[in-house]
Design a protein around this ligand. Sequence first.
Ligand code: SF4
Length: 470
Amino acid sequence: MEDKDVPSEECGILGIFAPNEAVSRMAFFGLYALQHRGQEAAGIAVADGTAIRIHKDVGLVAQVFNEGNLAPLTGHYAIGHTRYSTTGSSSKRNAQPFLIETQFGPIAAAHNGNLVNAAELRQEVLKRGVGLYSSSDSEVITMMLAGAEGDTWDDRIRNCMPKWRGAYSLVILTRDQVYAVRDPWGFRPLSVGRLPSGGHAAASESGALRTLGCNSIREVKPGEIITLSNTALRVRQAIPPAPQLARCTFEHIYFSRPDSFWDGLLVHEVRQRLGEELAREAPVDAEVVIPVPDSSIPAAIGYARTSGIPYNDGFIKNRYIGRTFIQPTDSLRQQGVAMKFLAIEENLRNKRVVVLDDSIVRGTTSGPLVRLLRDAGAREIHLRITCPPIAHPCFMGVDMGTYEELIAHRLTLEEIRDHIDADTLHFLSLDGMMRAIGRPSGYCNACFTGVYPIDVDAQGTKTGFEKAIA
Ligand code: SF4
């Protein structure tokens, strides 16, 4: 059951080398801290210097793992993955990490991102006579590593990197090493940190590393391969960074935990500045500023601070509903967003309300949220969105839907306002968003502008890769 109309998270990845710890338990709690990035499937692979053992399945981290299946995962090297399906439909076959045997020993990989040339690479792998088990581009990555030239795994990874076009943050496990790898554009986040008990960890978000007690946290820089070790990290600039970096702006807008750093910036602070910019760009007379929880809370704080209008809660979100695999009954389904959000009438009745939200993708939940506020007695509803209209799909691993599904591709601003029945609607301008981020360049904004940082097949869809296979 979908939560809300937002871009769907990509994936969370994790790598650990902890010479003095039960590493599977650490991986479990590290993945738990990355659960927001993917709720379809989870997996952990652990190496003990000789063999790699793995457990993965569909479901949330806490549903997939228990004492019984973590206990056999013995060793000091681990990688883990929480999956939201991007390329490849959601099924157990596509759960990660992918583990294979090679002439150089076992190798497992977990991937966040999407290769735009995946269909082409898949054909090359198949032509070599290699069978593929899933429809995921991440399996193609693993198979390419197995057949790559080079004397060491480090060299084989390096030799594959120029062939992979698109977004890839990777953690790779051999029987006695863990590698963290990032594409030269820097689309997706990946950081490394030192564990308090010795060794290092890598994770999609610094917030997950801090959950594991890490210090000395730094990003894996675009084009780098980092080998986790007991003492100093081994860092190799495997390929040069792209002349124009293309970090995903949506990490700031929605994906990352607010306590994570992205591009050296605390996401919580960036989100507050997004709200401040909106207050300057689209002021309005109102009695209260409310967020759509949770990701818009900092932006509402920023809007309230700059406008002088008091902040309050207008919605209570059921944080425990999460993603469930139980289908609701028809009558509950008709309740729609009311299953997830309840309006607080006492804070809204007879008030002119400014509502901060992070994005409108398909336009399926903004209308019902506005309806909840009207039913609670709000007199006027002024919707403020912390990014520009999303009028173009993402081909680098974020599920925004197709052109036809994107409401900003089909309708004008006034038509969207009318469709969701807000009194006023304002999307933050591109300039305002980048001012809030505070970096003049280095970001991908393709879903707003249609200007892609790499050549893409604009006809592609999430399952286009599977269609290409067929
Ligand atoms: S198109 Fe949008 S969602 Fe995709 S990488 Fe670029 S900024 Fe992120």
